[in-house]
Ligand binder design. Structure first.
Ligand code: C2O
Ligand code: CU
Length: 406
C-alpha cells in the first residue's frame, strides 16, 4: 500500500482482502468467526441469500462483542460474485481492510482461459503513512475517497495477460465512496454477470461502471500484442457536490506476455431469461433520499423518507408479495442503493423503461433521479436492511429496515 512502510489495518485472517471464498451452488458455507478487534463487529454476506439471522445487519444480528465468537452457517443458493464485510462502524472497519470476495460457481459458467477476482478499493493515507482517521464534515458528507488505489489490497498491481486469451474478471467495488468508471484503452468489455449472476444477453462496451458495493463479471479478450502493456484506468466522474474523480487514475496495468497469441474464443452465450415481475395492481412505495446539515451538532444527517436510522419507520411486507419501490433521490449527490436479502429488477429510470433486465442488489441512484425497482421476497422472513452504500452515509443514518413477515 505504502512502499517502505507498514500500514496498520483490520483484517480477516491476517490479509486484505480477507480469504477468497470459492464454492459451488448448493454448498454449505460454515465460518467459525472470532472477533479479535477491540470493538464489536458482524459479517454481512453482501448479495448472498442467507437466512435473516445470518445476515449480519443491525436488525438481524446483535453485534459480536470484542473477544466473542459466532458460527455463520448457510447454504449458497446462487452462482455469482458476492462479498463480505462488517455491518458495524462501516466507515472505519471496511476502510481499514475488512472485506473479502465470494465466488459461487454453477453448472453453466462462461468458457474462459483464465479468471480472477479484482476487489477494488481506495484508501486515504495521512502524513504518517497510516490510514487516516475519519475526517471532517466534508468527508462525512461526500464520503471518503483516498488517493491510493488498491486492487486486492495492493497498489501498483500488474496483471499478466496472454495475447488472444479470454479472461473473466470478477470485479467488486469495496470502496467507501469511490465510483469506478473503468476503461482499458483499445479493449472492449463484455459483461456476462451482475450482482445476482448471469445476464440473459452479454453486454459489450468500452466502459464498466461500478458504484460502491457493486459487482460485475466481465470478459476481457486479449487483443493487445505480445510484449505490450496498457493501464486499466478509472475515468473522471462527478457524483454531486464536487465529489468524484476529476482526472483519470490508473487502477492496474495489464502486461502482455511475450508468448505467441492463443486462438480467440467465440462470443459468449447468455444466461437464463429473466421474466419481468407482473406489477399490475401493486401499489408502489416511495423511498426518498435526502440530506441535511445539522449545524448545531456539526454533523451531516442522511435520511430515508425524511428520517434517519434507526428512526425510519419499517417497511412491512410478507413472503411472496410483489414489491415495487420508487427510489427518489431528492439530493444532488448520488446514493448507491443496496437491498439486503433479495435481488431486484430495475424497471425504469426517470420513467424510461430499462432495456435489459438483470438481477441486482446494489444500483446507482443519480442526483435527482427516480428509479423504479421490483422484487419478491422468497421464503426467508425477517428484518432486512436497505441503505446507501457510501459508508459515511450509512454511518450517518441513510439506512432502514424491510420487515418480511412469514
Ligand atoms: Cu454491503 Cu448493508 O451492505
Ligand atoms: Cu448516499
Amino acid at each position: 500500500i505504502s512502499p517502505g512502510r507498514r500500514v496498520r489495518a483490520m483484517t480477516y485472517n491476517g490479509s486484505v482482502p480477507g480469504p477468497l471464498i470459492e464454492a459451488r451452488v448448493g454448498d454449505t458455507l460454515v465460518v467459525h468467526f472470532t472477533n479479535r478487534l477491540d470493538e464489536p463487529t458482524t459479517i454481512h454476506w453482501h448479495g448472498v441469500r442467507v437466512p435473516a439471522n445470518m445476515d449480519g445487519g443491525p436488525h438481524s444480528q446483535p453485534p459480536i462483542a470484542a473477544g466473542a465468537t459466532f458460527e455463520y452457517r448457510f447454504s449458497l443458493l446462487d452462482a455469482g460474485t458476492f462479498w463480505y464485510h462488517p455491518h458495524v462502524h462501516e466507515g472505519v472497519q471496511m476502510e481499514r481492510g475488512l472485506y473479502g470476495a465470494i465466488v459461487v460457481r454453477g453448472d453453466a459458467e462462461s468458457r474462459v482461459d483464465a479468471e480472477g477476482v479484482l476487489v477494488l478499493d481506495d484508501v486515504l493515507l495521512g502524513a504518517d503513512g497510516q490510514i487516516a482517521p475519519s475526517g471532517d464534515l466534508l468527508e462525512q458528507h461526500n464520503g471518503r475517497e483516498g488517493g491510493v488505489s488498491l486492487v486486492n489490497g495492493r497498489a501498483g498491481v500488474e496483471l499478466p495477460f496472454r495475447a488472444g486469451q479470454r479472461q473473466l474478471w470478477r470485479v467488486v467495488n469495496a470502496g467507501s465512496a469511490r465510483f469506478y468508471r473503468l476503461a482499458l484503452p483499445g479493449h472492449r468489455f463484455t459483461v456476462v454477470g451482475t450482482d445476482g449472476g448471469r445476464v440473459p444477453t452479454p453486454r459489450g462496451g468500452d466502459e464498466l461502471f461500478l458504484v460502491p458495493g457493486d459487482r460485475l463479471d466481465v470478459l476481457v479478450d486479449g487483443i493487445g500484442s505480445p510484449g505490450s502493456s496498457v493501464a486499466l484506468r478509472n475515468l473522471p466522474y462527478g457524483r454531486g457536490h464536487g465529489a468524484g474523480l476529476t482526472e483519470a487514475v490508473d487502477v492496474l496495468r495489464v502486461r502482455y506476455l511475450p508468448d505467441t497469441p492463443l486462438p480467440m474464443l467465440a462470443p459468449p452465450g447468455g444466461g437464463p431469461a429473466i421474466a419481468p415481475f407482473a406489477i399490475h395492481g401493486v401499489t408502489p412505495r416511495t423511498v426518498t433520499f435526502n440530506e441535511m446539515i445539522d449545524r448545531d451538532r456539526e454533523r451531516v444527517v442522511f435520511m430515508l423518507n425524511g428520517r434517519s436510522f434507526p428512526d425510519v419507520p419499517d417497511v412491512v411486507t410478507r413472503v411472496g408479495a410483489t414489491e415495487v419501490w420508487d427510489l427518489v433521490n431528492e439530493s444532488e449527490m448520488e446514493h448507491p442503493f443496496h437491498l439486503h436479502g433479495f435481488f431486484f429488477q430495475v424497471l425504469s429510470r426517470n420513467g424510461t423503461p430499462e432495456r435489459d433486465l438483470s438481477w441486482e442488489d446494489t444500483i446507482q441512484l443519480r442526483g435527482h433521479e427516480r428509479v423504479r425497482i421490483a422484487f419478491r421476497p422468497d421464503n426467508r422472513p425477517g428484518d432486512w436492511m436497505y441503505h446507501c452504500h457510501i459508508l459515511e452515509h450509512v454511518d450517518n443514518g441513510m439506512m432502514a429496515t424491510l420487515r418480511v413477515m412469514p
